[in-house]
Ligand binder design. Structure first.
Ligand code: SAM
Length: 354
């Protein structure tokens, strides 16, 4: 018998096992009877969505249709009345007609082929968790808007925002140098040069927690897609895993970093501007608790009043594509499900009143 080479160096408790122990303890309480099925989905192969690239000249729409997938955004079923608008839902959620994301039907676990470059070298679609498009739709960008994407790399949501083709100006930032270069590469692979000029887009590598000191009361829309425990990655990949022993301090510090980033995003937005906070974790400490603290801090320490915008109309539109957690008191969350294995994605939208 050949002794496997890695046996001696493999940690006794690999980060993926530590993550599972942690999630079993925390989420069996937080999600109750939902947790066993969510756990099963998280440990299974995830489903991707293909974010369609409107800048590519490739005639892929028919191809994607022929493969059996559909654009879940334009195919929303609206025959059932959405819930009545609640307090804080002061405007009907519009859907950008230009963001298109293809998915295979429920229960179909087919994979997308890698995207091909068109005659100009631009790729036809970007593969990402289809639920990641929801925070971009929730942001509801309107023509001419000045938009900030505070934690943007590697750039999936930036690309979705650029598809709207209605941005006035887009500021794209990420504090990591290596991830920002990946983001620049993504932009070059999907967006023609004439849409990446200094008049249209600015890419920076700054610590986003200080954004409020740089540009305050400026942006119509701010996306704060924070670093988190990336639950799916933490359960499946030992490399670069935030549950590794050496990263314990960093992991414990996440809620504080998330709060600082959200507060900076709130300060960067203009009065009347809208902010979407998003994560890819199920953890209430990184989701609703962060939002609650930010609302409190913004009011008490910065004199900024905010209202939480009800996203139930948006989630209602996509109820046949994603599974949403029932009865969250703040924000909405896509929970993984074996028949629709997207997420987790948490999002909460706020509007600045002052
Ligand atoms: N929005 C990205 C997308 O859709 O592709 C994913 C963003 S990822 C969830 C979080 C990002 O936050 C990471 O790329 C990380 O480098 C960045 N980040 C971490 N700390 C930051 C900070 N203090 N300021 C800005 N970005 C930060």
């Amino acid at each position: 018998r050949v002794k496997e080479k890695w046996a001696a160096t493999r940690p006794k408790h690999p980060p993926t096992s530590l993550a599972l122990q942690h999630f079993d303890a925390a989420y069996s309480v937080h999600l109750g009877p939902l947790w066993p099925s969510v756990r099963c989905a998280l440990l299974s192969e995830r489903k991707y969505g293909a974010l369609f690239n409107n800048f590519s000249s490739d005639t892929l729409l028919e191809d994607l249709g022929a493969q059996g997938c559909r654009d879940f955004i334009s195919n929303v079923e609206t025959e059932v009345q959405p819930p009545e608008p609640a307090v804080g839902d002061s405007g009907y959620q519009q859907l950008s007609p230009n963001i298109r994301c293809f998915v295979f039907p429920r229960g179909d676990v087919s994979r997308f082929k890698p995207a091909r470059p068109d005659q100009d070298g631009l790729l036809g679609y970007y593969l990402m968790d289809a639920a990641s498009v929801l925070p971009c739709l929730a942001l509801n960008v309107q023509a001419g808007h000045n938009v900030l994407d505070l934690c943007a790399a590697p750039g999936g949501k930036t690309l979705a925002l650029l598809q709207t083709a209605s941005l006035g100006f887009l500021c794209v930032n990420d504090s990591s140098v290596s991830r920002t270069s990946r983001l620049r590469k993504v932009l070059r692979s999907y967006v023609p040069k004439q849409h990446l000029t200094d008049e249209k887009i600015r890419v920076t590598t700054l610590d986003g927690t200080h954004w409020g000191e740089i540009e305050r009361n400026v942006f119509d829309r701010v996306l704060v897609d924070v670093p988190c425990t990336t639950d799916r990655h933490s359960l499946l990949e030992d490399d670069n895993n935030i549950f590794s022993k050496s990263r314990t301090g960093e992991r414990r510090g996440l809620p504080q970093l998330q709060l600082q980033l959200l507060l900076a995003g709130i300060e960067a937005a203009c009065p009347g501007g809208e902010i979407v906070y998003s994560t890819c974790t199920l953890s209430p400490h990184q989701n609703a608790s962060v939002v609650e603290q930010a609302l409190h801090w913004a009011r008490e320490n910065h004199g900024i009043q905010l209202e939480v915008v009800d996203l139930r109309r948006l989630t209602h539109l996509f109820r046949n594509t994603f599974h949403f957690a029932p009865d969250l008191h703040l924000g909405e969350m896509v929970v993984p499900h074996l028949a629709a294995n997207f997420g987790p994605i948490y999002m909460c939208k706020m509007r600045r009143l002052t």
